[in-house]
Design a protein around this ligand. Sequence first.
Ligand code: MLT
Length: 315
Amino acid sequence: AALKARIRDLLTAQKAVLVAHYYTDEDLQSLAEETGGKVADSLEMARFGTETDAETLVVCGVRFMGETAKILNPEKRVLMPDLAATCSLDEGCPADAFSAFCDAHPDHSVVVYANTSAEVKARADWVVTSSIALPVVEHLAAQGRKILWAPDKHLGHYIERMTGAEMLLWNGACVVHEEFKSFALERVRRLHPNAAVLVHPESPDEVVDQADVVGSTSQLIRAVTELPNPEFIVATDAGIFWKMRQLAPHKILIPAPTAGEGATCESCAHCPWMAMNALQNLETVLKTGDQEIQIDPAIRERALIPIRRMLDFAR
Ligand code: MLT
């Protein structure tokens, strides 16, 4: 409690606001809400950063989220509790190799997931998050465009199946979602026949195929509040349970299994980089300011174009 109080004072003194992702620890999500900040998915985090008049954005999440905030708000100071918090999708898509892939397919529209570096975004025609990837690709496919998609192959394949778009997929995956196991999920479904199955599309096909709802964090949270089912089996990062419990306290939430048959535990599906965000290093960065996002101005200018396109499309 004393630590939270000190952080509140530092936020006020520095005209700073917290922007936390649904996958961060509940201490951070609750503090963000209690102090006038925002808890959201990456699309809404990006939008909130442009709407607040705070002078400093403290992004609790992973690095690409801090970079997107800086690209959209170059006049603001953007801090993160730990700049080393990366993302397996971002790491698996180095800018040089990606650029060569784009050069080899110049007749394709380049659509990249928000989970990429500023350099990769700078090479893209469109940036999308999981909450609007489907309508954006539908829109492009309706214009007869062929699509080069990076980096998440599972999400890309899901969108390809849903839209029928012609897509070339980069071979990337999320270390958390890739671990959901379809055979064990079948067993958990048999044990909970009244449960609706909620699956994030970064999961493997055989897991997605068992879903009642496939969607981004915001879409899965909405499903828990709107569907009549008393129970939900949830295949995404366990950080999401805090917001689901807050909005639907009477629903029973069951983590989808990540290991062998029957094995279930909440902490199994938790991003190790999201977990690098904590109250302790949040206090430290508010005191020292040393974990500040910096982006090369030329990259920033180029990466802003596809990010703006996404925000305008989503409006
Ligand atoms: C994001 O966009 O924040 C992540 O892909 C998680 C999600 O919202 O589905």
